[in-house]
Design a protein around this ligand. Structure first.
Ligand code: HEC
Length: 193
């Protein structure tokens, strides 16, 4: 109707610039209207994002009754471990090293506590839920990666770290399935002098 009316010259043409210039509040603007003096309103208590997973602390916090879970609560396959590897190498490796040994450019330059090796007996023994907690909430000087890695990706990283720990001296040759053991022995024979 507006358009038609406009065509007939009944209404003046619309001045779009006025819409840009109308009084309005931008994020972070002060406002005397609200008691806290801010234009942005806090979320009502108990608000959650639409895609939040609720009521499954084993999945979202890595804990059951406050204790770290001992098994990874999502099904991991090769594709997911590859994803975990990609994330680990982009995010965690900057500090902990590509092989998890703690040898990294950041570690060399750090004056304070250096990022530790993730291959120590103590870190190998950490249950997956504990590693998930550390990645989620941060730990001492290490920041939280909750906002960077969605829940499932955080578990994929934890899964890859467990694989990395196994591949770095954590698995006995005779514990491997026969075909894998044969392949490992061949590879060792090729690389030893
Ligand atoms: C910015 C550097 C940095 C990045 C990136 C980083 N960390 Fe850390 N991480 C640290 C530091 C430093 C510590 C030791 C903190 C302390 O003791 O104050 C640590 C500690 C840890 C520990 C406990 C180790 C121990 O010996 O107690 C784990 C497990 C861990 N990180 C896993 C990860 C994982 C998984 C990622 C990737 C999601 C990651 N970190 C990314 C710096 C980093």
């Amino acid at each position: 109707v507006l358009l038609l009316a406009g065509c007939q010259g009944v209404l003046p043409p619309i001045d779009w610039q006025q819409m840009n210039e109308q009084p309005k509040l931008m994020p972070y603007d002060p406002s005397s209207f609200f008691f806290d003096g801010r234009a942005m309103r806090p979320l009502p208590d108990g608000s959650v994002p639409r895609d939040a997973v609720l009521g499954r602390p084993a999945l979202t916090e890595g804990t059951v009754d406050g204790k770290p879970v001992t098994a990874i609560p999502i099904a991991l396959d090769r594709a997911r471990l590859e994803k975990g590897r990609a994330r680990f190498e982009v995010i965690c490796a900057a500090c902990h090293g590509l092989d998890g040994s703690g040898e990294s450019a950041v570690a060399m330059a750090m004056q304070l506590r250096k990022p530790p090796s993730l291959l120590t007996d103590e870190n190998r023994a950490k249950p997956p839920g504990r590693v998930f907690q550390i990645a989620s909430d941060g730990y001492g000087l290490m920041p939280s990666y909750r906002a960077v890695l969605p829940v499932e990706e955080r578990w994929e990283v934890v899964g890859y770290l467990k694989v990395l720990q196994l591949s770095r001296g954590g698995v006995r040759l005779d514990a491997l399935p026969p075909a894998t053991r044969a392949a490992a022995l061949r590879a060792l024979a090729e690389t030893s002098p």
